[in-house]
Design a protein around this ligand. Structure first.
Ligand code: MG
Ligand code: MG
Ligand code: MG
Length: 306
């Protein structure tokens, strides 16, 4: 049976395209692999697949007994629930090291760059291989998505360089215009249920034994969603009641370069203090905060340790 290459829960563009790209690269290396995903594509990813004529990976939620490569995560909380019964073969990732372990030697490529697809481009280079035009276009979109068109503090020179090289292969002349198209597709929120919006890009973390759920929506304009903040807060309250200490949603305005923090928490003052804020009237605006990985998770881990 072929090995599975699988991204994280609530798959984003990077985790789905990374699985497709890694499957292509590993196939070129002579390995028997198959790209899969833990869910169907969100609107942004659907745009990317359609734009570059690629097929969505099959949805797989059980990996027991299978050989598995994880892409775009190494946290068990973001893996299929029976992950401890699979044979972990490798990890490609750009997040903090998680709690996955293995029973045999693994191939891990983990680097502090803005996107898993940046790492995979470097792996292609290292092995003297090249992605197809279509795959290169999709990989470029994954980099644009994860780095918020190079604006996120997670973006590195390696991401810019990989994006330029992929654009060349894909025949994309205007990278930033493609980025705006991508985020316009991502901003599709009209008529979508509150829970689906919260879960679109949602991750649970454990901090000092407490379950903290953090969702993020990146929009080209906050006003697309402002009239639904009350409804979202109400649903975050229900998600908190499902066994979380805190359920939060960052609504990021990629043009204004900051985020509104909506939350339901057992200790909202403590959460707000992670950015030096006190609770007042209205919504919390976090100026310059665009990255969950760099500006949200570490801040929260710090206040929850005290
Ligand atoms: Mg991801
Ligand atoms: Mg990523
Ligand atoms: Mg992201």
């Amino acid at each position: 049976m072929s090995a599975l290459i699988i991204g994280h829960k609530n798959p984003d563009t990077d985790s789905i395209i990374a699985a497709l790209a890694a499957a292509d690269l590993y196939t070129q290396r002579g390995l028997e692999v198959e790209a899969v995903a833990q869910g169907t594509p969100a609107p942004e990813t659907a745009f990317v697949l359609e734009r570059f004529g690629l097929k969505a990976p099959a949805v797989v939620t059980s990996v027991a007994g299978r050989d598995v490569y994880a892409v775009d995560y190494s946290d068990l909380g973001q893996a299929p629930s029976d992950f401890s019964d699979c044979n972990l073969k490798g990890i490609i990732d750009h997040h903090k090291l998680g709690d996955m372990t293995s029973s045999s030697p693994v191939e891990c490529v983990i680097m502090p760059v803005g996107c898993t697809n940046t790492i995979i481009k470097r792996m292609y280079d290292y092995l003297g291989k090249k992605p197809s035009k279509e795959l290169a276009g999709a990989m470029l979109c994954a980099i644009l998505s994860d780095t918020v068109i190079f604006k996120s503090p997670t973006c590195t020179e390696a991401d810019r360089a990989a994006a330029a090289e992929l654009a060349e292969i894909a025949g994309v002349a205007d990278i930033k215009a493609l980025g705006m198209e991508l985020f316009t597709a991502k901003s599709a929120v009209k008529g979508v249920a509150a829970r689906d919006l919260i879960l679109r890009d949602f991750k649970d973390f454990t901090m000092s034994g407490k379950k903290i759920g953090i969702g993020q929506l990146e929009l080209v304009d906050l006003s697309l969603l402002e009239d639904r903040f009350a409804e979202l807060l109400e649903d975050l309250g229900r998600m908190k009641a499902e066994g979380r200490h805190t359920a939060m949603l960052l609504v990021t305005d990629i043009m204004k370069e900051g985020s509104v923090l909506l939350m339901a928490s057992d200790d909202p003052a403590k959460v707000a203090s992670a950015w030096g804020k006190t609770l007042g009237e209205g919504n919390l605006w976090l100026e310059g905060v665009m990255s969950r990985k760099k500006q949200v998770v570490p801040n929260l881990e710090k206040v929850f340790k005290d």
